[in-house]
Design a protein around this ligand. Structure first.
Ligand code: DON
Length: 303
């Protein structure tokens, strides 16, 4: 397959479209990013690599980090984690709060903010130095020690994170948080502020194409855990647009409000897109379009 040509065709077709979506303003630091950025990167299961556009420029991975924190937390808790977080699609925005009250502090899934905050609480209970140890975990997965947090993004979100504070306080009131609310939120904002390129993300997510082993062959998840996380990406990775992503693209994946999307085809490839403008559901407008074009042109989706 002529993957490089396909990526370039998609990049050329999307680079100059007039509607690139809207760069989010609720995290002030993210609003500074140009909506004209567009990067695509493909890492195949047999480790061929292809990239076009801005694939080597770091951006804020935001909610994409929730998949990685979940993977790390499962190392500590195993299936007990599912006593504290469910695995059902929410059909609601990522920061929706009402269901959490109705469902007595058990978040619908680990990818809505409330679910990811419970996962952050688990990591805080188990990691000796949570920020350092989580960063080292990501660096090891990616085989890249240059990956860092963006502290201005973390601070910017902390200053305006009123809905996350509300979710965290609700979780605490229902007894689904063991650490202090402020400590859990601080760690959550740092994990979301991880700054990575499309290429680094593709290497980090390779383990989901490879039954839990990264590109060096080291095991980070059991095959069953990798399979289950892929299932949650398929059903919950795009919030109230998870159905649309499955319908248009046909792959498990995860988006972030920094404009990144990671999509997984087990035992075939990991593809990462970055375009900062979001649609009204908070997912990258052109990233979704690029992935739809990729699976249509190659015929390579899971369905
Ligand atoms: O907590 C937040 O709102 C952000 N740190 C992450 C949200 C996000 O990326 C949703 N993804 N599409």
């Amino acid at each position: 397959m002529e993957y490089q040509n396909i990526l370039e065709e998609i990049h050329d077709a999307l680079k100059n479209v007039p509607d690139k979506g809207t760069v989010p303003s609720y995290i002030p630091e993210l609003e500074k990013i140009s909506p004209d950025r567009l990067g695509l990167y493909l890492l195949t299961w047999n480790k061929e690599e292809y990239g076009t556009g801005d694939f080597d420029i770091p951006f804020s991975i935001q909610s994409i980090s929730k998949v990685l924190s979940l993977a790390k937390a499962l190392n500590f808790t195993g299936a007990d984690l599912w006593k504290r977080v469910d695995v059902e699609p929410s059909g609601n925005p990522f920061n929706f709060l009402s269901l959490l009250e109705l469902e007595k502090g058990i978040p619908r899934n680990p990818f809505i903010n409330a679910g990811a905050i419970v996962v952050s609480d688990i990591l805080l209970s188990h990691l000796e130095d949570p920020k350092r140890d989580f960063l080292n975990y990501i660096r090891e997965l990616a085989e890249d020690d240059s990956i860092t947090y963006n502290e201005s993004v973390a601070r910017s979100e902390k200053a305006t994170g009123f809905r996350n504070a509300a979710a965290a306080n609700l979780l605490k009131s229902f007894g689904n948080m063991n650490n202090k609310v402020d400590d859990v939120l601080d760690f959550y904002y740092y994990q979301c502020s991880l700054s990575m390129t499309c290429k680094q993300l593709a290497h980090t997510f390779y383990m989901f194409t490879n039954s839990g082993k990264n590109a060096t062959g080291k095991t980070f998840l059991t095959p069953s855990q990798a399979k289950r996380i892929n299932a949650i990406m398929l059903t919950c990775g795009f919030y109230d647009e998870a159905g649309e992503f499955a319908f248009e693209v046909g792959l498990p994946g995860k988006s972030g409000v920094g404009g990144g999307i990671v999509a997984i085809h087990p035992e075939k490839y990991c593809m990462v897109t970055w375009s900062p403008g979001l649609n009204e559901k908070g997912n990258s407008l052109l990233g979704m379009k690029a992935l739809e074009m990729f699976t249509t042109k190659t015929g390579l989706s899971i369905f």
